[in-house]
Design a protein around this ligand. Structure first.
Ligand SMILES: C[S@@+](CC[C@H](N)C(=O)[O-])C[C@H]1O[C@@H](n2cnc3c(N)ncnc32)[C@H](O)[C@@H]1O
Length: 278
């Protein structure tokens, strides 16, 4: 072959191969994933919570700066991003890796830092959170319930729309036809308590169903019912009828060591009390 002809053949071959060669050398930018409302998810589809509901959920949970907020099934990240804008240490757990990328992009655009992780909410550990946000399904809320009830007393759980079986919310609010619910994880107070009021002992027996308490007290050898008993996070209140002197109204705080301390008001007098497990 003539030298000039050889060069032309080589040049032609190179130009034919060029698109393939350049395709190998440079990877084409991957097309950006565009989420579609109603797309399948592992246990529930993706539907974003409307902005007004997001803000109300965070208001009801009284999210404070520096608190840990986790959105379970974080979708495009909007709840966690709104929490981060309030100064919270926000985290989102989402099964769909494409949605995790979308939420990371959205956080960057919003100028906030959020820890978005790919994972299954039933396998991830989120028990260090101060606030848990949910928009899942009633059955999934109920499946999460034992984990939520074992979290630190006072942890706030807020759910868009769906409830939690027979654990009734501490508060529910309507937001333009949607509902936002709030639960406060109650301290575990069931059992027998030795209560001391100004040195005088009294035994109180409590049964507990979530945030509702029931029971009786042994007072001067008499068994009297415990009334108006409620636990809200670590705070507890109950009344013990004390005959002619009216009711003794107890208000206290349960600490991590299993002790309740507070004040009891009876006959117009306020005195300190402590209660320890008997
Ligand atoms: C109804 S959307 C709520 C999204 C977001 N929390 C909001 O309120 O805007 C539920 C999300 O949970 C995700 N999801 C479903 N099952 C999950 C699982 N087992 N673990 C983690 N994420 C899950 C879905 O992919 C979807 O993005």
């Amino acid at each position: 072959m003539q030298p000039i002809r050889r060069q032309l053949v080589a040049a032609g071959a190179a130009s034919l191969l060029a698109p393939f060669l350049s395709g190998c050398a440079k990877t084409q930018p991957r097309e950006e994933f565009k989420p579609v409302v109603g797309q399948a998810g592992k246990d529930v589809i993706w539907v974003p919570t409307p902005d007004a509901v997001v803000e109300r959920m965070l208001d009801m949970a009284e999210v404070k700066r520096g608190e840990r907020v986790v959105d379970l099934g974080s979708g495009d990240g909007k709840i966690a991003i709104a929490a981060a804008k309030r100064g919270a240490r926000a985290r989102g757990i989402e099964f769909n890796p494409d949605m995790v990328e979308v939420s990371k992009r959205n956080a960057k655009q919003a100028g906030v830092e959020v820890d978005f992780q790919q994972g299954d909410i039933f396998k991830a550990d989120f028990t260090d959170a101060d606030v848990v946000t949910l928009y899942l399904l009633p059955s999934l809320n109920e499946k999460l319930r034992p984990i939520l009830l074992n979290m630190r007393p006072g942890t706030r759980v807020t759910s868009h729309q769906f409830n939690m079986g027979d654990w009734t919310p501490d508060r529910s609010e309507d937001v333009s036809g949607r509902t936002a619910h709030l639960w406060i994880v109650p301290a575990k107070l069931a059992g027998t308590w030795a209560v001391r009021v100004a040195g005088e002992p009294m035994q109180v027996q409590l049964q507990q169903q979530f945030q509702t308490l029931d029971g009786h007290a042994m007072l001067g050898g008499r068994r009297v019912p415990v009334e108006q008993a409620v636990v809200r996070g670590q705070s507890v209140r109950f009344a013990v009828p004390a005959g002619g002197a009216g009711a003794m109204r107890f208000e206290g705080t349960a600490d991590a060591s299993g002790r309740i301390s507070g004040t009891v008001v009876a006959g117009g007098q306020s005195r300190p009390f402590t209660a320890t497990r008997a």
